[in-house]
Design a protein around this ligand. Structure first.
Ligand code: AMP
Length: 210
């Protein structure tokens, strides 16, 4: 199964991707995570990507498509994958069409007010990537690996607003682009409530593919 998760930053794509990956045994490919790994390297690309990510803008399509192409050619993607945060532009979607056939696109919908609230209180573990809400984790330590949690630079209020604008301008046209294979889910409830309709949809789809 080849799945795209579409949705604004903070809509809950990452949380949903982890649940799908766990149940359907296909890897979650988050371009944001791939870029955060690149930023840790000592290279010119790392410096450039770091600057772009801090500002909330998008990394150029060419760079992004190249890293996705390389990632999905790895053996763990043979049975499928979940693209989390890619494509984010029409140009990326067209480039993806040339290298892979996507089965379904899940659009995760959430009001901007809730997104701003959630992103402002989001904390992440820099070691294992686990995501928390600052109100649910008062000691600010990762429950899995005990590392001190951090707030992403691009989760600061001024950058959140800009990222939502970038989503509206560059990414939301993809909703139309994928209208022939779109499943819409609302993520205002708990992660399990969001996942329930997705799970039954994917189970049916898996049966049809087999
Ligand atoms: P995310 O973790 O998905 O919110 O992504 C964090 C940042 O990584 C974004 O704000 C962009 O700067 C960059 N990024 C992630 N995915 C893409 C993409 N598909 N195209 C361009 N830039 C991206």
């Amino acid at each position: 199964m080849k799945i795209i998760l579409l949705g604004a930053p903070g809509s809950g794509k990452g949380t949903l991707a982890k649940k799908i990956s766990n149940d359907f045994k296909i890897p979650q490919i988050s371009t944001g995570d791939l870029f955060r790994a690149i930023v840790k390297e000592d290279s010119l690309l790392a410096k450039k990507v770091n600057q772009i990510m801090k500002s909330g803008a998008l990394v150029p399509d060419e760079v992004t498509c190249e890293i996705v192409k390389e990632r999905i050619s790895k053996p763990d993607c043979n049975k499928g994958f979940i693209l989390d945060g890619f494509p984010r532009t029409i140009a990326q979607a067209k480039a993806l069409e040339k290298i892979s056939q996507i089965d379904t696109v899940i659009l995760v919908e959430l009001d901007n007010d809730i997104i701003i609230d959630r992103l402002s209180s989001r904390r992440v573990c820099p070691s294992c990537g686990e995501i928390y809400n600052s109100q649910d984790n008062l000691n600010n330590l990762c429950k899995k690996c005990s590392s001190p949690l951090i707030q992403r630079d691009d989760d600061k209020p001024e950058t959140i607003k800009y990222r939502l604008e970038v989503y509206g301008t560059n990414t939301s046209p993809l909703i139309n682009f994928y209208s022939d294979r779109l499943l819409k889910v609302c993520s205002a409830g708990s992660p399990d409530e969001t996942y329930k309709p997705v799970k039954s949809f994917l189970e049916k789809m898996e049966e049809e593919i087999e």
